[in-house]
Design a protein. Structure first.
Length: 210
């Protein structure tokens, strides 16, 4: 007797080719998503519910891999955004989100072009991961002066930040903030946008986690 089973091709089959074999092994063997896999024994009657559950679980595992490990990028192209002294301000559009199913690290890299208003200024940038400043409230990645004090017309400065941060399983959001330093160049502000650079800033997050 010959038994034929017809199974509609689920979405995960169409995406398997996009993932490397090691990632697929991790997804099917090491990631606890979608419930336990149903194992079949010789002579056992196959149930549609069990087959569908296995396919659904694998689809979820592959989806987690696709949205997690890898490189995520963002660019800021909005108009001018101003930050005053001691006022850490989000850079519009400079945010990435990703989800991991295990622990690992994320490497954050950013380049921000800014100028000043009201005279020369001292500006700083920092990373924010999951609503918390990387390195604590006082942590910063780069700081610099937008033209020395003898310059009457503020120029443009580019600040670069690079940081590797440990992460746990779950959804994550990374972004970049900037501020004008307190106690120097009174009366001036730092400005992202409104310069000849477009995009004004870039953020890249390289995720090293399942």
């Amino acid at each position: 007797m010959q038994i034929t089973i017809n199974i509609d091709c689920p979405s995960w089959m169409k995406r398997v080719g996009k993932l490397a074999l090691p990632a697929l092994i991790i997804a099917t063997a090491g990631i606890a998503l979608g419930g336990p896999v149903v194992n079949f024994t010789t002579g056992e009657t196959l149930k549609a519910a069990d087959l569908n559950a296995n396919f659904t679980g694998l689809d979820m595992r592959l989806g987690a891999l696709e949205s997690g490990a890898g490189t995520h990028s963002a660019e800021a192209t909005a108009g001018a955004t101003t930050a005053g002294a001691g006022n850490w301000t989000d850079i519009p559009g400079l945010q990435v989100t990703f989800t991991t199913t295990g622990s690992g690290t994320v490497e954050l890299f950013s380049v921000v072009s800014m100028t000043a208003s009201g005279g020369a200024s001292e500006c700083a940038i920092r990373f924010v991961l999951d609503a918390s400043p990387v390195g604590g409230a006082a942590g910063l990645e780069a700081i610099g002066d937008v033209n020395p004090p003898f310059t009457t017309t503020p120029g443009i400065i580019q600040l670069t930040g690079l940081r590797q941060v440990p992460i746990t399983a779950g959804p994550h959001t990374a972004s970049v903030q900037f501020e004008k330093s307190v106690g120097v160049f009174a009366g001036s502000n730092c400005v992202v946008g409104g310069t000849t650079f477009n995009p004004n800033a870039r953020l890249r997050a390289v995720v090293n986690a399942p």
